[in-house]
Design a protein around this ligand. Structure first.
Ligand SMILES: Nc1ncnc2c1ncn2[C@@H]1O[C@H](COP(=O)(O)OP(=O)(O)OP(=O)(O)O)[C@@H](O)[C@H]1O
Length: 493
């Protein structure tokens, strides 16, 4: 048998590469394996380590080829699996730059799927290693997915603190499961069954985390089109549930039929019908929806069908749900404001996003990394170290080192912008509880409040006690959107 030509020492090497092949790139295991594979000296840079890994693997592939044993068809069982992963590691890294360029091109092109010029070469190379056509095509799609997940999780969520590293690892598992063997064995096609609940304070990056998951979904390779029929930009649709009144929200989510209500002059496709088959719907601020809408969402999650408003025609939904809230869902469930059955349907996994103050406490460099990322996002290019230091100095001067960043990264983004505009960042601290009541009462006694200020202060006061825009809307008989506007106005007064 040809396998006998591979020595035990070589098998040890192949097994190590096979373990690295699909390891979580944000975990420590992958780093340790790379050092083992490449034999790089301690203190080498990540680029040096990677080059030595790829060189050694390519040399080993050539050696197997020269002896005529670089073919999976001659091997079975566990050894086939080790060899398969080893060859795939090699192929993946040979085409990784092509995948990166495809991601960039697709970002530019938006919803129109891009041509994939290198598919034939990559598939041909896998075929020469003995993969069947189906296996090669599915693997090609998984390669694209692996690279997208790496790109969007790394770039969408900046930060080097331990809790951010843990978050990136966690998000990777949300896309591929904690053991990619399960994913490869069939879950690649069934991740829609796993909904994710993102928890965390406002501005921590729940939307950014959801987008990273959404853009990293599986997109099947289409043989006839010689490419991917769907752009990943279409694979993620987000809705902020707190922005809509109940009636409008149902229409936005499920669509409506012409004539379903006054003003429904055309059929309207809702979010659920617009979602691509392996796409993600991001339900932001899920803690703010009314119980009737919660029941409808539960039905979609349970039965995978929904009905446009005014229609009895069931529509199928085959995407994945990611939901987020900064509300205390536990308390809300106790008070009957959030349904337990929906909660348990939403949380195949719960991901908690750390607040900025915790991250800064773990690693002071976190602030530098975030300032750099925000500045280059605002400027559209890398910003010199001098400017970055300047912004950091102003932050330290104006809010001190112990500032708790209640608005988290969103607040930091605004702080950086304000510093660019004005050279300073003075914080208006949000007053809660009795302080607010006193201020409102004093303002009324003095007759000093304008109508909008009065409403903003009253809505803010109610929001502090009731906890949801919906409840404030009920008490003030305003609609939820208006309430939110006034609460936020009060926050920034
Ligand atoms: N780790 C991060 N790295 C880079 N940018 C981040 C990070 N976290 C958040 N941001 C940015 O901060 C802003 C706020 O993030 P996001 O909207 O995702 O927060 P959120 O938790 O969803 O807030 P809310 O609960 O109010 O909806 C966005 O512009 C986002 O890109």
């Amino acid at each position: 048998m040809t396998v006998a030509k591979i020595t035990d020492q070589e098998w040890t090497f192949l097994e190590t590469v096979a373990r690295a092949a699909f390891a979580n790139p944000f975990g420590d295991t992958r780093d340790d394996l790379d050092i083992l594979i490449g034999g790089a000296s301690p203190g080498s840079s990540p680029d040096e380590i990677l080059i030595s890994v790829l060189t050694r693997v390519a040399t080993q592939v050539e050696s197997l080829r020269a002896r005529g044993v670089a073919d999976l068809r001659a091997v079975e069982g566990n050894r086939r699996e080790v060899l398969r992963r080893f060859f795939l590691f090699h192929v993946f890294h040979r085409y990784v730059d092509h995948f990166d360029r495809l991601i960039q091109a697709q970002l530019q092109a938006g919803d129109k799927p891009c041509r994939v010029g290198f598919a034939g070469d990559t598939l041909g190379e896998m075929a020469r290693f003995g993969l069947s056509e189906d296996e090669a095509e599915r693997t090609f799609a998984v390669f694209y997915q692996l690279r997208r997940a790496f790109y969007f999780i790394r770039n969408g969520l900046v930060g080097s603190s331990p809790s951010m590293k843990a978050l990136r690892r966690h998000l990777w598992d949300c896309v591929f499961t904690h053991d990619i063997r399960w994913f490869e064995a069939g879950l690649w096609n069934r991740m829609e069954e796993f909904s994710i609940l993102l928890l965390g304070e406002t501005g921590t990056g729940k939307g950014a985390a959801a987008a990273a998951i959404g853009r990293s979904g599986f997109i099947p390779y289409d043989r006839a089109a010689n490419g991917f029929p769907e752009s990943f930009t279409r694979n993620f649709v987000a809705i902020n549930l707190s922005q809509y009144s109940e009636g409008v929200l149902e229409s936005e989510l499920f669509g409506h039929k012409k004539g379903a209500f006054t003003g429904a002059v055309e059929n309207h496709e809702g979010l659920f019908s617009r979602c691509a088959p392996h796409g993600v719907i991001f339900l932001d601020e899920i803690g703010d929806v009314s119980v009737p809408v919660q029941i409808k969402l539960l039905q979609v999650l349970q039965e995978r069908v929904f009905y446009p408003v005014g229609s009895h025609e069931a529509r199928r939904f085959s995407g994945r749900i990611v939901a987020a809230t900064n509300r205390p869902l536990d308390d809300m469930m106790l008070g009957g404001r959030f349904r337990e059955d929906l909660y348990y349907r939403l949380c195949s996994d719960v991901v908690t996003i750390p607040p900025l103050r915790e991250r800064l406490g773990e690693d002071p460099e976190e602030l530098d990394n975030l300032i750099a990322a925000i500045l280059s996002r605002v400027a559209g290019q890398q910003v010199p170290a001098r400017e970055r230091q300047l912004v950091k100095k102003v932050i330290r001067r104006d809010v001190g080192v112990d500032y708790d960043w209640p608005g988290n990264v969103r607040e930091l983004e605004q702080a950086v912008k304000r510093i660019i505009l004005t050279g300073r960042y003075q914080v208006v601290r949000r007053e809660k509880g009795p302080g607010r009541v006193d201020r409102l009462a004093a303002g009324m006694r003095e007759g000093a409040l304008g109508a909008e200020e009065l409403l903003a202060a009253y809505c803010g006061l109610l929001y502090d006690t009731c906890g949801t825009y919906e409840e404030v809307a009920r008490r003030t008989r305003l609609d939820r959107r208006t309430v939110k506007k006034y609460v936020q106005m009060g926050d920034h007064a």
